[in-house]
Design a protein around this ligand. Structure first.
Ligand code: HEM
Length: 161
């Protein structure tokens, strides 16, 4: 399958990534987790995204899915569904480097009736060769924008396309 030319700048994302992360927030106990992320090319001008996480004992933790869109090679739109009752529409500039890219995204959030209140989120994705680092902050449950998550992932395999 031919990669859509609009995705050339982020082609290095395609595949499966795995690694360790840590989380914190002023209202909760800090924690660590294992994370697996897959970006899949389905022949459209966006990548399908799926994430799963596990506690150090192997219990399932957070999971999320979405679509990673690149607009004119300069902007990322990351549309995400959260099982905890939020949707995130995250947007921001894409900065391409010699062996990867960085994007810093700010999201508008919609909360379901039963969800914990999340007012805004910020995400950073940075790819350098075969290392993908992520950072996530949120304004939620009456706390202003504060760091929640950081992870460092390494390539497990390349997607079949
Ligand atoms: C790697 C992904 C994530 C992991 C491992 C994770 C883990 C956790 C854990 C362990 C807690 C504390 C216990 C609990 O309430 O379940 C928590 C709280 C929370 N997380 Fe996350 N989380 C992740 C992603 C997210 C995302 C993407 C959002 C928002 C869109 C989010 C929003 C929240 C909120 C609102 C709380 C509740 C804080 C409170 O009640 O004071 N988390 N998270």
């Amino acid at each position: 399958m031919t990669l859509h030319p609009g995705l050339a700048a982020v082609a290095g994302l395609i595949g499966t990534w795995r690694g360790e992360g840590s989380g914190e927030y002023p209202t909760i106990h800090s924690f660590t987790y294992t994370e697996e992320v897959t970006f899949t090319d389905i022949g459209k001008p966006f990548l399908h995204y799926a994430q799963r996480t596990w506690s150090p004992t192997g219990a399932p933790m957070h999971t999320e899915t979405g679509y990673f869109r690149v607009i004119e090679g300069t902007t990322v739109e990351f549309v995400l569904a959260q099982p905890t009752g939020q949707t995130e529409l995250a947007e921001g500039p894409l900065t391409v480097s010699e062996n990867g890219f960085k994007c810093t995204l700010e999201a508008q959030i919609t909360n379901s009736a039963s969800a914990k209140q999340v007012d805004a989120t910020g995400r950073q994705l940075e790819l350098v060769g075969d290392v993908l680092t992520t950072r996530f902050a949120m304004a939620a449950v009456s706390v202003p924008m504060t760091h929640h998550l950081a992870s460092e992932l390494h390539r497990v395999d390349a997607a079949a396309g």
